[in-house]
Design a protein around this ligand. Structure first.
Ligand code: P6P
Length: 338
């Protein structure tokens, strides 16, 4: 049974992806090589995050990133590690990082077919208090012919070939989809390997949790206000939903994926496009939710249909259990028809 399999028949992420890729006879193993470099980055960040308190890596590096936020040393470190790992894989041609204003175009001699969009350390404002943080990534294949250009990464999320996140918490968990469902792997530090621990994750069709920053309630629009009201004061006699909000997207989304419910970062009067970034927060998490049987909505459309025009563009996002997202879609549709 599972314990024996764990001891003798280790399903590592490398082996798992090789199995997946063997379904595509034309695949040349490039994706597996790319993924092994992403995994290397995650292992490094996991180790650095765990040692942060000891190594005094915590605290401001004094620099600010393109978002104008104070960068913590771990942000800087994580970004550098991922960029170097991805370039050295020889399988990438464009990189977009939350930490870098401009996209990185890999020089010709070391180029591959993949474009990786990533947030190397999302939720970094939580580093100092030990709340789980994470790396989020999405992968596109460069459009045919021609020199790599920005429109190779300004594609709708539905064109991603893979997406995932690595959560640095009580354990280091990597959740990924290559289009055939969602699987979770946990790092065994004694082996230095990610082992399959959450095969074929499916999100419950409906959940009992809503996850939103209620502190923004004053600025919400009508449908969001109505929906949250419904969560707290259900009119159909059902029990109110519980509120769980960690303020670290990877942690909030991971709980939503496993337990069900809905995660919301709505637009508001102050931020008409919400706060979360399309390419490396909204798209990867929406991709995973759909692959796990849930859905993701921007308030106007299916999140993965969105066509971004800027690499750091933001969008409102409502994602999670299929039925819960349906409810907020109905409220926005009703508003549309008024
Ligand atoms: P707020 C963290 O800074 C982050 O980018 C996401 O990880 C998280 O979901 C969101 O911002 C939290 O934002 O405005 O609720 O603090």
């Amino acid at each position: 049974h599972a314990a024996d399999a764990y001891r003798t028949d280790l399903m590592t992420i490398t082996r798992f992806v090789l199995n997946e890729q063997s379904k595509y006879p034309e695949s040349r193993g490039d994706f597996s090589i790319l993924l092994s470099h992403i995994v290397l980055g995650c292992k490094f960040v996991c180790s650095a995050v765990n040692k942060a308190g000891l190594a005094k890596l915590i605290g401001l590096a004094g620099e600010t990133n393109v978002q104008g936020e104070e960068q913590k040393k771990l942000d800087v470190l994580s970004n550098e590690v991922f960029v170097k790992a991805l370039v050295s894989s020889g399988r990438t041609c464009i990189l977009v990082s939350e930490e870098d204003e401009k996209a990185t175009f890999v020089e010709k001699s070391n180029r591959g077919r993949y474009c990786v969009v990533f947030d190397p350390l999302d939720g970094s404002s939580n580093i100092d208090c030990g709340v789980s943080i994470g790396t989020i990534f999405g992968i596109y294949i460069v459009k045919d012919g021609g020199e790599p250009a920005l429109d190779d990464v300004l594609q709708p999320g539905k064109n991603m070939v893979a997406a995932g996140y690595c959560m640095y918490g009580s354990s280091c968990t990597l959740v990924i989809s290559t289009g055939g469902g969602v699987n979770g792997f946990t790092l065994d530090p004694s082996l230095g390997e990610f082992i399959l621990t959450h095969p074929d994750i499916k999100i419950p069709k409906k959940g009992k949790i809503y996850s939103v920053n209620e502190g923004n309630a004053k600025n919400w629009d009508g449908p969001t206000t109505k929906y949250v009201e419904k969560c707290k004061f259900p009119k159909d006699g059902s029990s109110p939903k519980s509120l769980r909000y960690i303020g670290s997207m990877v942690a909030d989304v991971h709980r939503t994926l496993l337990y069900g419910g809905i995660f919301l970062y709505p637009a508001d009067k102050k931020s008409p496009n919400g706060k979360l970034r399309v390419l490396y927060e909204v798209f990867p998490m929406s991709f995973l939710m759909e692959q796990a049987g849930g859905q993701a909505f921007t308030g106007k459309q299916r999140a993965l249909d969105l066509l971004p025009s800027d690499i750091h563009e933001r969008s409102p996002i409502f994602l999670g259990s299929y039925d819960d997202v349906e409810e907020i879609k109905a409220l926005y549709a009703a508003e549309e028809s008024m």
